[in-house]
Design a protein around this ligand. Structure first.
Ligand code: DO4
Ligand code: MG
Length: 290
């Protein structure tokens, strides 16, 4: 079952179940303490709750709604160097930090970093940003966990961990500036409820980047290449911390474009993941300090 946060033609924000060509707008008015998508996801049994709510849902054509990022008040975090491809790329981009990336790939404790507050996350279709002070920036297409406050995996979605490779490569201590800035992350468009066991190797992640209507780079990986176990990543995030609203956790990138590639203003990024769908965002390049 796929859930989304959508804006209808009259401008109202609703929680919806997404089907093939239509969406079912849920009526949450009669549900105690349930008014947002996060409330649904953080409820005791999201699938059962939604199945009950579907009885009074309003059917609407898919094209008549606008998809918003499926985020309410949750923090968004990310894991790093969880695929061999990412370990190799980080070691190449950083003269001084290579051994850190080498060691963290196999260490018991994963690299986890804060990625975004809700205001830094753009909706599907909206522009993600390349910092004006970066000349080497890439998207990072990442399978993303939706976690409830108990750090249980309640769903999956698509995340783009926009990254300034030159800033991070200059000094690993610059990581927060390479990763966290306005429009640095896109999430969505839907949350696939985590009711069935995932076939990791069959869960493909595809990246396509278009420039002036033509594909300029594309690549694929699959979750079978992820070095870490998904529940372990969630467990490490919850260790000695609290997430009263739940959290989103991007699980790292297994796709890194060639070293001579950097995003440009107007590029269009599409990330697709088996069983979830596609997340598409244009790119805007900052022109100077704001
Ligand atoms: O260590 C830097 C960040 C790594 C990352 O974001 C990734 O591997 O996806
Ligand atoms: Mg990443």
């Amino acid at each position: 079952m796929k859930l989304a946060k959508v804006k209808t033609a009259d401008g109202t924000v609703r929680v919806a179940v997404v089907e093939e060509a239509q969406v079912q707008l849920l009526d949450l008015s009669g549900s105690n303490n349930i008014s947002t998508l996060a409330d649904v996801l953080n409820s005791e049994k999201p699938q059962e709750l939604v199945t009950t709510l579907l009885a009074n849902a309003e059917t609407c054509a898919l094209e008549s709604v606008e998809f918003l990022a499926p985020v309410d008040h949750q923090e968004t975090w990310a894991a790093g160097v969880t695929y061999k491809r990412s370990q190799v790329a980080r070691m190449e981009e950083s003269e001084t930090g290579a051994s850190h990336y080498d060691l963290v790939y196999t260490a018991d404790r994963p690299e986890l970093f804060f990625k975004a507050t809700p205001n830094r996350i753009v909706n599907p279709g909206e522009a993600v940003r390349v910092r004006h002070d970066s000349q080497w920036s890439v998207p990072e297409p990442e399978f993303t966990l939706v976690l409830n406050p108990k750090m249980e995996i309640v769903g999956y979605t698509i995340g783009n961990d926009m990254s300034a490779r030159d800033i991070e490569g200059e000094n690993p201590l610059y990581l927060p500036q390479a990763k966290v800035y306005r429009q640095c992350c896109s999430i969505g468009p839907v949350v696939q409820l985590a009711s069935e066991t995932l076939d990791l190797a069959a869960t493909k992640i595809d990246l396509v980047i278009e420039r002036q209507g033509k594909t300029i780079t594309s690549d694929s990986t699959n979750l079978g290449q992820l070095y870490r176990k998904l529940p372990d990543l969630a467990g490490w995030l919850g260790r000695e911390d609290e997430f009263p609203n739940g959290a989103f956790l991007l699980t790292g990138t297994g796709i890194v474009p060639d070293d001579d590639f950097s995003l440009e203003d107007g590029d269009v990024i599409t990330i697709s993941i088996t069983g979830i769908g596609s997340l598409k965002n244009p790119v805007v390049k900052g022109t100077g300090p704001v």
